[in-house]
Design a protein around this ligand. Structure first.
Ligand SMILES: Cc1cc2nc3c(=O)[nH]c(=O)nc-3n(C[C@H](O)[C@H](O)[C@H](O)COP(=O)(O)OP(=O)(O)OC[C@H]3O[C@@H](n4cnc5c(N)ncnc54)[C@H](O)[C@@H]3O)c2cc1C
Length: 317
């Protein structure tokens, strides 16, 4: 059975940069990616220095191309299924029918966006429905915006979205009671509130054109900001990783999870989701993981040479 120092699960920005760092750190690495990436529906990726506006598949292609310089890094398009923990590491079953051994697991699996059950929502997610104004707000600034609020707290974000367009209507889709103070604030800021249920979103040439309400009223809008619910990939549950109150994997400063030897980075660990943030977290976690592996080997060599247990030091993951 093939043995690796690290199996990385997920080939988005988090996993790719972790692979680059571990590769440069001379570790034997297997990166597995099942796809599709979370931002598959996006036409361009913005806000990543030196790559602003790049199509997401091109970003991945360049990253994978650059990994080819490191023969110690292998990339496979396959799903990581069952993971069995044993002394010294993990046995990892892959979707291609093979199994591999790994000393550590680095998870960068992203999350699953659960599409809302509104006709047209899924089709327009990506080209016209956006989660993050920093990612896509600039390109559509000053257009007729809709913001779909899922709870009263979300209404606090309306003035932020208004930064990108003064022509903003907030829709509650009839899902909650708007607190009086929120209503007053939106009114004062000139942000209309629409509380009827949405029947459908209508597109034209692949872009949002109208929001249709339950009574048939149609409101012209070309952009919608909405944060659909997110869920973790199955492997998170299988590994029994502890989650925080918002449902993200609970991690320490360098990605350490509740399961020893398993580190998590990127979207799966935080609602502050951006490609460069995931790449950064992958970098930090990979460097710390590499240090831990190097020191583990040094301790083993020390014991072999001296016959004594290695002196204790501050623990890395
Ligand atoms: C529509 C949309 C547009 C966006 N636009 C931008 C933008 O313009 N700029 C920006 O900075 N951010 C943007 N984001 C956010 C950005 O895409 C994420 O923050 C970033 O991709 C997170 O990287 P990641 O490595 O954590 O996970 P991901 O990029 O989601 O990668 C995770 C990968 O792991 C794979 N995977 C999951 N489970 C397994 C398994 N068991 N085995 C193998 N592989 C598995 C997934 O298939 C996926 O390919 C956008 C998000 C969306 C949804």
């Amino acid at each position: 059975m093939a043995a690796y120092d690290v199996v990385i699960v997920g080939g988005g920005p988090g996993g790719l940069n972790a692979a680059l760092y571990l590769g440069r750190g001379r570790k034997k690495v297997l990166l597995c990616d099942a796809g599709p990436p979370r931002n598959a529906a996006a036409e361009h990726m913005h806000g990543f220095g030196s790559r602003d506006g790049i199509p997401p598949p091109e970003f991945r292609r360049i990253s994978r191309e650059q990994l080819k310089a490191y023969p110690n890094v292998e990339v496979r398009d396959t799903r990581v299924g069952a993971v069995e923990k044993h002394e010294g590491g993990f046995r990892v079953a892959l979707g291609d029918g093979t199994s591999v051994e790994a000393r550590r697991l680095l998870l960068a699996m992203g999350v699953v966006d659960v599409m809302l059950d509104i006709p047209g929502y899924k089709e327009l997610w990506g080209p016209s429905i956006f989660q993050c104004p920093y990612c896509h707000g600039w390109e559509v600034q000053d257009q007729p915006f809709a913001m779909l609020a899922k709870n009263p707290q979300y209404l606090d974000g309306a003035p932020i979205i208004q930064n990108w367009s003064r022509d903003l209507i907030v829709f509650t889709h009839g899902t909650f009671e708007v607190p009086p103070e929120q209503r007053e604030r939106l009114q004062a800021l000139g942000i209309p509130l629409e509380e009827r249920k949405i029947r459908a979103l209508h597109g034209k040439d692949g872009r949002l054109a109208e929001v249709e309400l339950e009574d048939g009223t149609r409101i012209a809008r070309s952009v919608m900001f909405s944060a659909p619910p997110q869920k973790q990939h199955e492997l998170v549950t299988r590994l029994g990783l502890e989650l925080d109150d918002l449902g993200y994997v609970k991690v320490g400063p360098t990605g350490e999870t509740s399961v020893p030897g398993v580190v998590a980075v990127g979207d799966m660990t935080t609602p502050m989701q951006a490609a460069i943030a995931a790449a950064s977290a992958g970098t930090i976690a990979a460097a710390m993981m590499n240090h831990a592996l190097i020191l583990e080997d040094a301790d083993r060599r020390y014991t072999e040479v001296t016959g004594k247990p290695a002196p204790s030091r501050q623990k890395a993951h």
